[in-house]
Design a binder for this molecule. Structure first.
Ligand code: BGC
Length: 768
């Protein structure tokens, strides 16, 4: 009888928790945190909101550092970018042995595209269009980071970017909201798994919320300003997708929105993120994001700290505005205890979920640190993933793949450099272990190939520019000889070889944070080198390093083969060799448009039509939306990428030409490998909503499938489309400006193809 009663009570408890969307685990967590918070002083609560920089921590000396004192006083909630189990353990020990309440610290890091095993920069990774690989890269990054003491990563970065001048375009997944959303989900899943119980998953932090990628003129940290319609339809989806996938934390961005910096923007942080999207985790500022609001001009440190807290910020990165001013704000009624309690609870919840209260050292296992980091298996995966990220932009006369015989002249400032291979934001990388192009070619070429190499040119004529572009230990080892001597040496070896591989482009730090450029061409000195190499009459393959879409009109017109390799990570050189020699057939597709020149920027595939569109295939017409001096076309459109084989598309077959209500449409197409090599193709589905209550993009990506096709093989690819795929945010009623997410009946064009430009089209009508 007693048992029955207990079971009934347990059942009722579980049932009532579920009714509120809570699990028994949530209830346990709540009572644990309730009890802990009862013991906490105001100072200790504010301490949990503090995420200082960890600059002065050296192994063996942690206890003497300034940070140590703060940790012991309970004034620190977490630290970031400290590397190694030894150091992290030492610091954690201070928190759990020396501070009054023994609350463990969070340890964050910018694990952006891998840990010691480095994967392609995110822009490159997005060009794989392979969500399993994307997830796998995040999974491996989480395993390595968690083995080395880290439990929180400041990734994924999901900012939509349409301006290649912006250096941080390298850190995101390109220009498209749909592709970006799929990647955001895959990354969160890869980092976090289904829960944190295994100890080899880490908490993700979606950033930079929001619209950071839309900074004016592509200048970093600059103002953003956009309509709500554009925000919701074109920039918000990847953040929301990451939140829906369960991301544990969100980072506020540096930029302003509607005149209020994101860090103090209550509409953004609370109304949209928490109320509309149901985000339950914690929000951290970006690096000194609160203090910077003084320069933005919205108040002194006390004012901006109070505004941040009120807007919904939970944790203050580096600046300590919240730590140092909130007591005063409380006394003056500018902040409330409730705000502090809410934020403190969210930080404690994250620590609880990560299992740190059970075992503060659960991410500090020396054995794992030595056996699970930079393993052969992880490196092999990185090599495979890197090869999938490369985009073959041109291959005239099938110069590629290279034969494994004869003499290859490998030339360029990036030919024999390891430090730059991992790319920007590779905090945990060991540069000396990265594989250069020369290393990779030697490894893969075999004994019948002779490789000769020369620099050919420096990265840039201007040594100061080159210094700025070689920060964080990523030197290009500038050659001090006169430019003509360096060039002549290269031309001489080119003349003696069968083929020239020119490893040129940008250095790793020419993109990334605060690395904006107003000129997005290959530096002039490298272009001169390329011209001289072409003049030899030898076949030239441009292996192009870049972290952004470059303006490649001249190169596309003059260089027979171009393989865009981004920054491929620690195994880049091997992967480049795999593709150059045809051991791997390239299959990457661009996730951003490559313009003809910087004046066309922003140039993106899913633009609006305007009232005066230029008829397709034309250049100039007076009183049309175009330029006098350049056509509207890109050099390479979104979704573009060649293969060593060719793919032929049949016509679209639709299940119905007219549909009603919640019916589903299937659109199929047969794709044939019509060339001589097995290969992979990314089949892309675009939809155009022909008439809307608001103007609609000329097309929008709504699905894709990456398929393997053997030579001569055909496969039918089928997309299932439901009204959900037609939805967009709009007032949907002339008298109401509140945005609603819905679809509108009418005509739609269904487009399928191998890139956003070359598509087959079918038309349907869908009524409600
Ligand atoms: C960047 C963030 C990064 C943070 C911590 C900031 O400067 O904007 O993306 O996560 O630093 O390193």
């Amino acid at each position: 009888m007693k048992l029955l009663l207990r079971l009934t009570i347990a059942y009722l408890l579980i049932f009532s928790l579920h009714a509120e969307g809570q699990t028994p685990g949530d209830a346990k967590m709540k009572s644990f945190i309730d009890a802990l918070m009862k013991k906490m002083t105001l100072d200790e609560k504010l301490g949990q909101l503090n995420l200082p920089g960890a600059g002065d921590i050296v192994t063996g000396q942690a206890s003497n550092s300034d940070i140590a004192k703060k940790i012991e006083q309970g004034k620190v909630g977490g630290l970031f970018n400290i590397k190694s189990v030894a150091k992290i353990k030492e610091v954690q020990k201070l928190a759990v042995e020396k501070s009054r309440l023994k609350i463990p610290l969070l340890f964050g890091m910018d694990v952006i595209h891998g840990y010691e095993t480095v994967f392609p920069i995110p822009l490159g990774l997005s060009c794989t269009w392979d969500m399993q690989l994307v997830e796998k890269s995040a999974r491996i990054a989480a395993i390595e980071a968690s083995a080395d003491g880290i439990n929180w990563t400041f990734s994924p970065m999901v900012d939509i970017a349409r301006d290649p001048r912006w250096g941080r375009i390298a850190e995101g997944s390109g220009e498209d909201a749909y592709l970006g959303s799929q990647i955001a989900k895959a990354m969160v899943k890869g980092y976090q798994g289904n829960d944190f119980s295994k100890g080899n998953t880490i908490m993700s932090c979606v950033k930079h919320y929001a619209l950071y990628g839309a900074s004016e003129a592509g200048r970093d940290y600059n103002t953003t300003d956009m309509s709500r319609v554009r925000m919701y339809n074109e920039y918000f989806p990847p953040y929301k997708a990451a939140v829906d996938a369960g991301a544990g934390s969100v980072m506020a961005s540096f930029n302003e929105i509607d005149g209020v910096p994101a860090t103090a923007n209550k509409w953004l942080l609370t109304d949209v993120l928490r109320k509309q999207w149901g985000f339950k985790g914690f929000i951290v500022t970006d690096y000194t994001g609160i203090n910077e609001m003084e320069a933005h001009g919205i108040g002194d440190l006390q004012t901006v700290s109070a505004r941040a807290l009120m807007a919904g910020i939970d944790m203050d990165m580096v600046g300590e505005g919240i730590l140092t001013t909130t007591k005063k704000s409380l006394q003056e009624g500018k902040s409330t205890l409730q705000q502090i309690d809410k934020a403190c609870r969210r930080i404690l919840e994250a620590k609880y979920k990560l299992g740190l209260f059970d075992d503060p050292y659960r991410y500090c296992d020396e054995k794992r640190a030595t056996s699970e980091v930079f393993t052969d298996a992880n490196r092999k995966a990185a090599r495979e993933i890197a090869a999938q990220s490369f985009v073959l932009l041109k291959n005239k006369g099938n110069i590629l793949p290279l034969k494994k015989s004869g003499t290859i002249a490998l030339i360029g400032p990036l030919a024999d450099n390891r430090e730059n291979m991992p790319g920007t934001w590779s905090v945990a990388a060991n540069f000396s272990k990265a594989i250069s192009v020369l290393d990779g070619l030697k490894e893969v070429a075999g004994s019948n190939v002779k490789i000769v190499t020369a620099r050919g040119s420096n990265l840039d004529q201007d040594s100061l520019f080159e210094e700025r572009a070689g920060m964080f230990g990523k030197s290009l080892h500038r050659d001090k000889r006169p430019a003509d001597v360096i060039l002549k040496e290269a031309v001489d070896i080119a003349n003696q070889s069968d083929v020239v591989v020119a490893a040129l482009g940008e250095s790793a730090e020419m993109t990334g944070e605060a690395s904006s450029r107003s000129d997005i061409e290959i530096p002039a000195i490298q272009k001169d080198l390329l011209k001289a190499l072409l003049k030899t009459g030898k076949p030239v393959v441009l292996v192009l390093f870049t972290g952004r879409p470059l303006a490649l009109k001249w190169e596309n017109d003059n260089v027979p083969a171009i393989l865009n390799v981004w920054f491929g990570g620690s195994e880049a050189g091997s992967a480049i060799a795999d593709v150059l020699f045809g051991d791997v057939n390239p299959s990457g597709k661009l996730s951003t448009t490559f313009p003809q020149n910087v004046g066309q920027v922003p140039l993106y595939y899913n633009h609006k039509n305007t009232g005066r569109p230029l008829p397709e295939g034309q250049w100039f017409q007076k009183f049309r939306s175009n330029y006098l001096d350049v056509s509207n076309d890109p050099v390479y459109p979104f979704g573009y990428g060649l293969s060593y084989t060719t793919f032929t598309y049949g016509d679209i077959k639709l299940s119905n030409a007219s549909l009603k209500g919640n019916q589903k449409l299937t659109a199929s197409i047969t794709v044939t490998n019509s060339g001589n090599t097995d290969g992979k193709e990314v089949v892309q589905l675009y939809i155009h909503d022909v008439v809307g209550s608001i103007t609609r993009p000329v097309k929008e990506l709504k699905g894709f499938q990456k398929i393997d096709l053997k030579t001569g093989e055909s496969k039918t690819v089928t997309f299932t489309i439901s009204p959900d795929d037609l939805k967009f945010y709009a007032p949907h009623s002339v008298n109401d400006y509140d945005l609603k997410y819905d679809w509108e009946p009418g005509d739609f064009e269904i487009m399928i193809g191998g890139n956003s430009r070359d598509v087959k089209i079918a038309k349907i009508n869908w009524t409600k």
